[in-house]
Design a binder for this molecule. Structure first.
Ligand SMILES: [Zn+2]
Ligand SMILES: [Zn+2]
Length: 279
């Protein structure tokens, strides 16, 4: 399973020399099965670069999964260039219990007066599967989902291929349970032993004093979950819109110290928008 990140920033795309290392694009991941089937997770602004790459490589069939429909996770959708090629086939999986009908939500976001083209103007064929399918299989990857603790809800995912697992929980507030969200213990159980664990670490504890219930976690709460779930590699995600590269480096250093003092052997890092890992 090959995992690539195209955007790790939270809430809004940012630019500037202070953000060059971790990048300014919002959430988008590409996951490839061992047979080169492509799963796209979220359509934040990072999806533009992914689309350009896939177009250059001549890929036309994709599976799309959305964590939820907040702007920063869908705003890049119309800028995914393969949408404008009639050879493109997109299998869009939705989870209406969590986020409403994702197809309708994207349709709404691409309508006048918000956008010049509609979903119906696209050349690609989009096949929408509205139901949540626990244990869905795409080629050699099995996919499991869990409700996020987030305003308006959302889904976290676990991808398993040949005994290796990748857990992706972004926009997940561990210290406050939103309606429909799960407990710390349930997230730990879901993430147990993950080879790669990526979690929302948007806030510092100081910031969190003012942002409790906004839907995101501190990097220390996320680290505690990594420890409880005994994961192998732990990546911080959904970087705060104002966090400079230098400040993010400090957080990674602090996170590593936190893990060391608890005598656990977990590799901690922060996702860059060029992150790539072959599990
Ligand atoms: Zn977000
Ligand atoms: Zn969100």
């Amino acid at each position: 399973m090959l995992i690539r990140c195209y955007g790790a920033r939270g809430s809004i795309p940012v630019s500037g020399k202070q953000f060059l290392k971790y990048g300014g694009d919002t959430t988008c991941l590409e996951i490839r099965t061992k047979n080169d089937e492509i799963i796209v997770v979220d359509a934040g602004s990072g999806i533009r670069r992914l689309g350009n790459r896939l177009k250059d490589e001549g890929h036309f069939e994709f599976h799309f999964l959305m964590t939820h429909s907040h702007w920063d996770h869908i705003l890049g959708f119309p800028f995914f260039k393969p949408l404008y090629d009639k050879r493109t086939m997109i299998h869009l999986m939705g989870c209406p219990l969590n986020q409403g009908d994702i197809y309708k939500l994207i349709d709404k976001s691409m309508s006048a007066p918000f956008f010049p083209l509609t979903l119906q103007d696209l050349k690609a064929h989009i096949e929408y599967t509205p139901e949540c399918r626990p244990g869905a299989v795409i080629d050699s990857i099995e996919i499991f989902s869990i409700n996020l603790s987030h305003p308006n809800l959302g889904s976290g995912y676990k991808f398993v291929e040949d005994g290796k697992s990748f857990v992706f929980l972004t926009d997940n507030e561990l210290a406050y349970t939103h309606r429909g969200g799960c407990s710390f213990e349930e997230y730990a159980e879901f993430s147990r032993g993950a080879d790669l664990f990526i979690h929302d670490g948007e806030y510092t504890p100081e910031q969190y004093r003012f942002t409790k219930s906004w839907g995101h976690s501190t990097y220390l709460d996320a680290s505690s979950l990594a420890i409880a779930a005994e994961v192998k590699r732990f990546g911080l995600f959904h970087h705060n819109q104002d966090r400079t590269d230098e400040e993010q480096d400090d957080i990674v250093r602090d996170c590593r110290e936190f893990l060391e003092t608890r005598n656990v052997d977990i590799e901690c890092f922060a996702l860059t928008q060029d992150f790539e890992l072959d599990l």
